[in-house]
Design a protein around this ligand. Structure first.
Ligand code: GLP
Length: 256
């Protein structure tokens, strides 16, 4: 454990070890929900959580870990994008998690990238209402954008922002272009749970792995809460934890 902000920072030797620790946090919320209405998660997509979902699938298969009572709210989605688009976060969740565990379909909620602009405000308000009705987010698992974003809360996002449509930052669009590959143009917008929505979670754990995250992690650990670095608002949360692998600290290589 190293210092930084007012969050707890834990460093694991590699991303597999860090992901097992992350899976332990998820399992804890499943077995002992922090709210009275059962386990409620906010969940990320991206490269970071892939070993987490692999570990959760394994625990489900080999140890009977059940997600039957859980609500899972995804942090974000591109807009516009069809759910069937292989680059959608919807497709990612289907492939890495939803299809391999016993979650109930109606309890997996992801912003709908397929709606017309005029329907988005109502849809975002509906997600906020579903979160409230489920008892509030018990555990938010977060990745970290290279520009410090959480979900698609890009630099400039207010700490009390709610679920909404956002314009993607240039850094995010460059990352997205890499994922979409040559010849495809990624959407210019996204839908995201708000920073305020995320910060209301009873527990928050942010994961950042690999040397490519070392510089934004270094900035995060030194920053005061600042809209220019949305993840810095985690320091205002009473129970936020940051899980790193040693490469993300800027010391040692992957798997060191
Ligand atoms: C993406 C997503 C975030 C994710 C972040 C990091 O743009 N909108 O929710 O946490 O960037 O992605 P990765 O884990 O691939 O580094």
């Amino acid at each position: 454990m190293i210092g930084g902000g007012s969050f707890r920072v834990r460093v694991h030797s590699d991303r597999e070890a860090a992901s097992r620790a992350l899976a332990d946090r998820v399992e804890e919320e499943l077995r002992h929900p922090s709210g009275r209405r059962g386990p409620v998660f906010a969940l990320p997509t991206g490269h970071t959580p892939i070993p987490l979902y692999r570990e959760l699938r394994r625990r489900h298969r080999e140890q009977g870990l059940s997600f039957r009572e859980a609500w899972c709210f995804n942090l974000d989605e591109y807009w516009p994008i069809a759910a069937q688009d292989p680059h959608s976060f919807h497709a990612f969740m289907r492939e890495h998690f939803w299809s391999a565990v016993d979650l109930r379909g109606e309890r997996c909620v992801i912003p709908n990238g397929d709606l017309p602009a005029g329907a988005l405000a109502e849809h975002c308000a509906w997600i906020e209402e579903r979160i409230r009705a489920a008892g509030g987010i018990g555990l938010a698992v977060l990745g970290l954008g290279r520009n410090g974003h959480l979900g698609f809360n890009e630099p400039g996002s207010a700490p009390d922002s709610r679920t909404r449509r956002v314009e993607l930052d240039a850094v995010t669009r460059i990352e997205a272009a890499r994922e979409f590959g040559e010849g495809a143009t990624p959407p210019r917008h996204g839908l995201t749970l708000g920073l305020g929505t995320i910060l209301e979670a009873r527990r928050v754990v942010l994961a950042a792995f690999g040397a490519e995250k070392a510089s934004i992690v270094r900035r995060l650990l030194r920053s005061r809460p600042d809209p220019a670095l949305p993840a810095s608002f985690l320091a205002t949360h009473p129970a936020a934890e940051i899980l790193l692998d040693s490469a993300a600290t800027g010391e040692g290589g992957e798997g060191a």
